[in-house]
Design a protein around this ligand. Sequence first.
Ligand code: NDP
Length: 236
Amino acid sequence: MSTERVVLVTGGNRGIGRAIAERFVALGYKVAVTARSGEGPEGTLTVRADVTDAAAVDAAFTEVETALGPIEIVVANAGITKDMLLLRMSEDDFDSVVSTNLGGTFRVVKRASKGMLRARWGRVVLISSVVGLYGSAGQINYSASKSALVGFARSLTRELGGRGITANVVAPGFIETDMTAELPEATQAEYKKNIPAGRFASADEVAGVVAWIASDDAAYISGAVIPVDGGLGMGH
Ligand code: NDP
């Protein structure tokens, strides 16, 4: 029954979002992805949307609802980094990261909640990061935007938890995508030393956890932060 549901993943054209979309397709869900560029994986409906633009988000949701039906599961995955030490971080670098990672989640989840309230069923999954709670030098904008998602999911749980809607945070550690490929080799080696698992993960290892938290088996879990970080955050 759950495999009939409609899922929307933001930023589903590459990286973690693409792996999440692929996983839901494999499980038989009806899957749409938003993308600014490129296309989602085979079997998905791709709609254009920049999550910093509320009108574009609204139009993308309407397109998906018309094509596939009401969106029951939303995965707010689209995100960016603009790393710099605090003293050299510009207002623009701060604002654009917060507006994409936190503001984008607000726009997407606000729009998704309308249909979920009507259906009295919904799953909201927010893709945060281990650095949201662990901290990371050079990532004040990014880590602040990611830790804010914890307060977001917990407040949403308090607002909508009585209507069959859950809201949870998945906090990946270091995952092999374009985002981490940008890190210098020496930095990657240094990070690996601190990860108890001793390795980075594949995007598919995040996708499996997202699929599970969106499933009927996870109906009684809400406001949780689920780490997928090889032990780096020790359960944060
Ligand atoms: P990538 O850089 O590979 O992909 C980012 C995705 O977000 C792309 O699809 C991109 O679209 C989309 N995106 C960025 N800005 C916007 C925007 N304004 N509107 C719409 N879409 C946008 O990143 P990852 O796959 O690595 O990361 C995915 C999520 O996981 C992010 O939220 C990230 O913070 C988080 N994460 C990643 C970790 C990692 O180690 N990789 C660790 C912890 C968390 P486009 O292709 O058009 O740019």
